[in-house]
Design a protein around this ligand. Structure first.
Ligand SMILES: Nc1ncnc2c1ncn2[C@@H]1O[C@H](COP(=O)(O)OP(=O)(O)OP(=O)(O)O)[C@@H](O)[C@H]1O
Length: 303
């Protein structure tokens, strides 16, 4: 389990992580989502003890991981797939990691096989594609058979087969009872990957809930309305806090009020409706909407 409490990271005048509190539970895949620059990498580095927080705390199974009492046996991570020595072979890289962490060398062949790289074991890393480097980084994360795993943008550079494979691997690791945290800036990637979501924007927590709950936020986000009494209805809806926009095809798009409230308001004032249809937003739209709000809020707060 990973627990962050009021976690904060400042770089000079930039606040990259801003009083962030969340819990990552074992047994599920947790997606760590936010637009570029939201503070995901900074947060993961603090979880791993690579960066010191400017404020707050983050613990792994109750203790700050910075002390590294069990190293790779406790937490495996993939932060930057390029952060490997190009002159080494894949096997030599993993053997050095295993030796440095007191792990049995037989694990090297096991993890290389697990990530589908047994045939590339003797090749120099410098000639690897990004996808192969990602697989090597994942092999390194698995080396110590750790109960906690962190992956920063691990789907980058993988082909569709690689993405499918990695999703299955995350699922399997979670089913084995491990804690699995996977970052991404793309909602679409997380849609089929994560059970739980932690969404951040500008270093702040926006949502921490299941994918299902997150998806439900998007339902009835927009409602299409057609009416011959547009002027009256617009006034009523705007009075109730909704936003009304006329579309090119003559329909009105209403946001900020659910379809049932719109129907009731219309009925109560004798307004005729020819259409009243809610549109569920895609997860990507919900994500964009939420993170855009956070950016606007942050910009407003800075003034
Ligand atoms: N070492 C550093 N020095 C100064 N500023 C930094 C440093 N590391 C990160 N930042 C800034 O902190 C903010 C958060 O960056 P971070 O890399 O944590 O975000 P991210 O969500 O991982 O983004 P991305 O998806 O682009 O990697 C950004 O504004 C970034 O420019």
């Amino acid at each position: 389990m990973i627990e962050a409490t009021e976690l904060t990271k400042r770089y000079g005048r930039t606040t990259a992580v801003d009083r962030l509190s969340f819990t990552v539970r074992p047994g599920v895949v947790t997606g760590f989502l936010g637009p570029n620059g939201a503070g995901k990498t900074s947060t993961l580095r603090m979880v791993l003890g690579l960066n010191q927080p400017s404020g707050g705390t983050v613990t792994v199974d109750g203790q700050p991981f910075g002390d590294r009492p069990r190293g790779l046996r406790h937490v495996g991570s993939l932060l930057d797939a390029h952060d490997v020595h190009g002159g080494c072979t894949a096997r030599a890289h993993l053997r050095a990691l295993a030796a440095g962490n007191g792990l049995p060398l037989r694990r090297v062949a096991e993890v290389l096989a697990e990530v589908g790289m047994a045939d590339a074991a003797g090749r120099r890393i410098g000639g690897f594609s990004l996808g192969m480097k990602q697989r090597l980084g994942i092999a390194a994360a698995l080396l110590g058979d750790p109960p906690v795993l962190l992956f920063d943008e691990p789907l980058n550079g993988l082909d569709p087969e690689g993405v499918r494979w990695l999703r299955n691997l995350f699922r399997q690791l979670a089913d084995e009872g491990r804690t699995v945290l996977v970052s991404s800036h793309l909602m679409g990637e997380m849609q089929q990957t994560a059970d739980e979501l932690i969404v951040i924007g500008r270093g702040r927590l926006i949502a921490a809930e299941s994918l299902r709950e997150f998806a439900a936020r998007g339902t009835q986000l927009r409602v299409s309305v057609r009416t011959p009494d547009a002027e009256i209805l617009s006034g009523l809806l705007e009075g109730a806090g909704a936003t009304v926009r006329l579309e090119l095809d003559g329909a009105y798009t209403v946001t900020g009020l659910p379809a049932d409230r719109i129907g009731e308001l219309a009925f109560a004032h004798g307004v005729r409706l020819h259409e009243l249809s809610p549109h569920a937003a895609s997860l990507e739209e919900s994500f964009m909407e939420l993170t855009t709000q956070s950016v606007e809020y942050a910009a407003g707060a800075a003034r």
